[in-house]
Design a protein around this ligand. Structure first.
Ligand code: PMP
Ligand code: GLN
Length: 394
């Protein structure tokens, strides 16, 4: 293995999913839905197979999908992007993020980001020769048997201290995996000020943009004054349309930045799955009621799972968004070892979860040692059964 990829072995998602299969436990580890997406989307993909959509689409993505992405950004964020050169279709958000880092970073450039962080970020920064400057997010207080409703926060001084003269890019994820945090407008204003003062590019991963619950509002940092010009906004159809296996994502931003991403993307995948593109375009044009319905349904599922976790005696923070809830395992595992807790959970309760420590850099791993993430993007009956099983821990 090349030195730049030392330490990036098999992802924990693979280990935990294999554990779920081997033990027959309910898999609340890897976040993927267990129901099909809307028929308006699925039907278009089926109909596209066996047509010209089976051949290479245009490099930047099918023009109609690029138009639909731009319309969606205008409708939900009030942001105007030119589908001709400010929108690029990618192999999921993952490729958009990696291609952006490969296309924009010089070796040694520093990337400021919050942790815990989604697992592909550290590897993608390493592949691009960049250096991580992680800033910790800290959970709100939570006690045993209770559902905490506070918010994860960061320390502004720690953020500012992470921005050195080598800083080139701020990598933001809101709504945030694994914490379920939605960055507020006030927090984004601080980030925007820091990015402007240090002349940083901003790469914002917004794949959970539509999975936001009552009381929280998703704001894209690109909508803050002056920020559109230094920001690349990344999203994907996977979460919004229950099609995580389709790997159809996109990036929007000023033409010069999108062009850099496109240069890298051309030699990573060239283009992506043709028949999915008209289908995701149809999804992005669904009425507002569809998007609101996705969030409302998921919110009900969040409440089912967090109730079970609280009854199990695990302090749990009710997430503001995403597929995920985080618990502190210490009341049920006094040594606070989240990895050991996850390895024993299938035997103790017939459920699989993911230890949050894998979302931290070695530097801050201690902060996440006792935390564990559970996914609730599952059918009601699956969640009800999982909640019932988890109560065995009590
Ligand atoms: N970013 C975050 C924060 C995610 O949780 C995910 C989904 N696992 C991705 C990116 C990847 O998205 P995609 O499947 O579209 O590549
Ligand atoms: N985003 C999903 C999660 O965090 C899937 C991750 C993956 O399989 N790499 O669980």
């Amino acid at each position: 293995l090349a030195s730049r990829l030392q330490g990036f072995g098999t992802t924990v998602f693979a280990e935990m999913s294999a554990l779920a299969v081997a033990t027959g436990a309910i898999n609340l580890g890897q976040g993927f839905p267990d129901e099909p997406g809307p028929h308006e989307v699925l039907d278009v993909a089926r109909a596209a197979i066996g047509t010209a959509h089976d051949q290479y689409p245009p490099g930047p993505g099918q023009p109609d999908l690029r138009a639909a992405i731009a319309e969606h950004q205008q409708r939900f964020r009030g942001l105007a992007y030119d589908p001709a050169d400010e929108v690029l279709v990618t192999a999921g958000a993952t490729e958009a993020l990696t291609a952006a880092l490969l296309g924009l970073l010089e070796p040694g450039d520093e990337v400021v980001l919050f942790e815990p962080m989604y697992d592909s970020y550290a590897a993608a920064v390493a592949m691009a020769g960049g250096v991580l400057r992680p800033v910790p997010l800290r959970p709100p207080p939570a006690s045993s048997g209770e559902v905490a409703t506070g918010r994860w926060t960061f320390d502004e001084a720690e953020l500012r201290a992470a921005v050195t003269p080598r800083a080139r890019l701020l990598l933001l994820n809101t709504p945030h995996n694994p914490t379920g945090k939605v960055f507020t407008r006030a927090e984004l204003a601080v980030l925007a000020e820091v990015a402007d003062a240090a002349d940083l590019l901003v790469l914002t991963d917004e794949v959970y943009e539509h999975l936001v619950f009552a009381g929280a509002e998703h704001v894209s940092i690109a909508t803050l004054p002056g920020m559109r010009e230094r920001t690349l906004v990344v999203s994907s159809g996977g979460k919004t349309f229950n099609t995580t296996g389709w790997k159809t994502g996109w990036v929007c931003g000023p033409a010069a930045l999108v062009s850099a991403v496109r240069t890298a993307k051309q030699y990573l995948t060239f283009v992506n799955g043709g028949p999915f593109q008209p289908a995701i375009a149809a999804g992005l044009r669904l009425p507002d009621t569809y998007f609101a319905g996705v969030a409302a349904e998921l919110q009900r599922r969040r409440d089912l799972l967090v109730a079970g976790l609280a009854d199990a005696g695990l302090p749990v923070v009710s997430p503001e968004a995403t597929y995920f809830a985080t618990v502190d395992v210490r009341p049920r595992r006094p040594d606070g070892d989240g990895i050991a807790f996850c390895r024993s959970l299938p035997g103790r309760a017939g459920v699989v979860a993911v230890p949050t420590v894998v979302f931290y850099s070695p530097e801050h791993a201690e902060l996440g040692r006792h935390l564990v993430r559970f996914a609730f993007c599952k059918r009601d009956e699956v969640l009800a059964e999982a909640a019932q099983r988890l109560r065995r821990l009590a």
